[in-house]
Design a protein around this ligand. Structure first.
Ligand SMILES: C[S@@+](CC[C@H](N)C(=O)[O-])C[C@H]1O[C@@H](n2cnc3c(N)ncnc32)[C@H](O)[C@@H]1O
Length: 350
């Protein structure tokens, strides 16, 4: 993304809740906080007690809490506001997206992960946050000697975390044992108190980043020009709509699903729902097919939901254009700024 992206974060130090769409890829966190200070992240802060306690005690650090849960974001916001903290903000997004897309290499001083979701069912174990790939990603974003603290009360997940940390080349232990079962230095979190009350043992891992860099840089997704294509076809919008069936495209690990198609009230546009998955990002967007005065059709993104113009969104538009061109032998591609060839999408992508 260029610096010209209209919604790029405009430093506003009083803002507590940050929105993904406002943030540059990657983000300059010093700019967001309005000052230069070491950057600390708590992943999955839940109730927010631990986050605000740290922020209150360490006013010379910038704290960001990341959560996928909206009620947690609201709870965090209330606590930060009530305490009048200016060094603490919250962001609703997925931790992997935050690290890979919004954090620069070697930018995070400390990371706290308290009681990450254990995903109890075996079929869901692949959703667990802590695994070798996640630690490698974290390693690229943390500063040398940066601290990584993890706590869990889940016996099975504990074995996985222990094994992952003991085998990681990127972190070393700050304690003599892989984990300890008591930590009186820190504020207890909501889950921690519940675990103790219910008689479960908690494990506390206190590790630290070394200077060994992973080979994989975990580059953030790239942003391109806003995609648009112009096609000529003798078909009308009604004929295009009646020929439509949901479509899919898969290219370079990017998956596109095109769902329902709707016609606008003024009848000169079709709107297609699109779901685009390109790790670590997933976007739900709308694509417009608009008839121009000259009879050509322009295919472009609807601005609803502030789409980020990635390879996947280019692929979604390429897929629709390719499909329209295939409907009639007189179809003609007149203009495209896409990252891939519209006419040469192979059958499995088409
Ligand atoms: C078991 S709760 C622990 C909450 C809190 N840390 C505590 O100890 O009380 C796990 C939290 O992580 C959040 N979470 C799960 N996956 C996440 C992800 N990928 N990114 C950010 N937060 C996540 C959940 O919404 C939930 O609030």
């Amino acid at each position: 993304m260029g610096d010209n992206y209209p919604a790029t974060y405009n430093s506003n130090m009083s803002q507590i809740v940050l929105y993904q769409r406002q943030l540059s890829w990657p983000t300059d966190w010093n700019k967001v906080f309005g000052r230069e200070a070491p950057f600390v992240v708590e992943i999955g802060f839940g109730g927010g007690h631990f986050l605000v306690d740290l922020a209150q005690k360490r006013s010379d650090y910038n704290f960001l809490g990341v959560e996928i849960s909206i009620p947690s974001i609201q709870r965090g916001e209330r606590k930060i506001k009530n305490l009048g903290l200016t060094n603490c903000k919250v962001l609703q997004t997925d931790a992997v997206f935050l690290l890979q897309t919004l954090c620069q290499q070697k930018s995070i001083q400390e990371v706290y992960i308290n009681f990450p979701d254990p995903w109890r069912k075996a079929a869901h174990h692949n959703r667990r946050l802590i695994n070798p790939n996640f630690l490698a990603l974290l390693a690229t974003r943390m500063v040398e000697n940066g601290r990584l603290d993890i706590a869990t009360d889940h016996a099975d997940y504990q074995d996985v975390i222990t094994e992952t940390l003991e085998n990681t080349p990127y972190f070393f232990n700050r304690q003599t044992k892989t984990f300890v079962n008591e930590d009186n230095e820190r504020l207890q979190t909501k889950y921690e108190l519940k675990a103790i009350e219910e008689g479960r043992t908690c494990n506390y891992y206190k590790w630290q980043r070394n200077d060994f860099m992973p080979d994989k840089p975990f580059l953030p997704p790239q942003e391109f020009e806003m995609p648009h294509v112009v096609v000529k076809t003798p078909l009308t919008l009604d004929e295009i709509q009646s020929a439509y069936q949901p479509l899919r495209a898969d290219l370079n690990g990017v998956h596109v699903k095109l769902g329902e198609m709707f016609k606008s009230n003024d009848s000169n546009k079709l709107f297609v729902e699109a779901y685009v998955s390109e790790r670590p990002l997933a976007q739900r967007v709308g694509i417009l097919i608009r008839e121009r005065d000259d009879g050509d059709f322009i295919i472009l993104l609807h601005e609803v939901g502030f789409p980020r113009s990635t390879f996947g969104l280019h692929l979604a538009i390429a897929k629709i254009a390719n499909w329209i061109l295939g409907l009639n032998s007189e179809g003609l591609l007149k203009k495209s700024n896409l990252q891939m060839s519209v006419t040469e999408l192979s059958p499995q992508e088409a």
